[in-house]
Each structure stands twice: as structure tokens, then as C-alpha cells.
Design a protein around this ligand. Structure first.
Ligand SMILES: [Zn+2]
Length: 162
């Protein structure tokens, strides 16, 4: 199977997988909290944390697109450009969780953080990335290169275009 036919076949977390995971997380969140705003935020944050991919395309190509194919090409196949993926940063999660818990923020924020946290955990487990990939400081120290995301030879596009 060629990458272009089914780019997610090798285990990248697809948008569909994130929607399913977010729906399941939201049901559980509602079951525990009975908070409708929190549940909505939980569902949305678990999906739309990935909009940082759009920022990266803008950063390097000065293009804003909602074409899934183009975004996928830039992030996973194209050797040029860089990836910051600002929202996919454990440091940011630690900071926000500290604010939500210590600041006693409400269930709206709890929902947002639970959805986003489940998302990044699934990305870490199922995307073929390095253990340190989702640390912002690690990516920054490596100049936000695409190579620092994936172990050598594991850049998803490099496998599936052969
Ligand atoms: Zn993601």
C-alpha cells in the first residue's frame, strides 16, 4: 500500500482516530462531571489541538490551507521546512495543568485539559515519534527540524513513498 493511498496505515494518529478517542473521553468526562460546557471543551480540544499544524505551514510556506492533503504533505512527507507544533508541548501542559488545579479553574478548563491531554498521550503512543519529541525544549534545541520528530529513517513519508 502506498503512502498516498492510505497515509495513516502505519499507525499515525489520524483525525478520525482523534475524533473517536475524543468522543469516548467526552462521554467519560460527562459521566464524571455532568458539565456540558466542560464536555464540549473536552471533545473540541482533543481534536483541534492539531491546528498548530496550520500555524507551522503558515510559518514556513506563508500559506493558510484547510486542505488535509496539503497539510499532511507538509508535515509528514516534505523534507523541507520545520515543525514547531507549539501546542504539542509537555511543558505547556504542565503549566496549564498547574494553573487549572492551583487556580481552581472550573470544569470548562478541566474539560479542555482532559481532552488535550488524552490527545497528546495518544500521539506519543501511536505516532512513530521519539520519546522526547513532544518536549518543546528538545525541539527548540534541535532547531525544530523534522528529523528531531522521528528516529532516523522513520520519517513517515520516507517509508511509504518507496
Ligand atoms: Zn496531535
Amino acid at each position: 500500500m502506498r503512502y498516498a493511498d492510505d497515509p495513516w496505515a502505519v499507525g499515525l494518529m489520524s483525525p478520525t482516530a482523534h475524533v473517536i478517542a475524543s468522543a469516548a473521553t467526552s462521554v467519560a468526562f460527562y459521566g464524571v462531571t455532568r458539565s456540558i460546557p466542560g464536555t464540549i471543551m473536552c471533545f473540541l480540544s482533543g481534536i483541534f489541538i492539531d491546528i498548530d499544524h496550520l500555524f507551522d505551514l503558515w510559518w514556513h510556506k506563508k500559506r493558510l490551507t484547510f486542505s488535509y492533503k496539503e497539510l499532511l504533505y507538509y508535515c509528514e512527507l516534505s523534507p523541507d521546512g520545520k515543525l514547531m507544533l507549539a501546542f504539542h508541548s509537555y511543558e505547556l501542559f504542565v503549566l496549564l495543568w498547574a494553573l487549572v488545579i492551583l487556580g481552581k479553574w472550573g470544569l470548562f478548563w478541566w474539560g479542555l485539559m482532559v481532552g488535550a491531554t488524552v490527545h497528546i498521550i495518544l500521539d506519543q503512543i501511536y505516532n512513530p515519534v521519539r520519546p522526547s519529541t513532544y518536549f518543546f525544549i528538545y525541539r527548540w534545541k534541535n532547531g525544530f527540524s523534522k528529523e528531531c520528530f522521528f528516529p532516523p529513517g522513520q520519517l513517515p513519508g520516507s517509508q511509504r513513498t518507496k
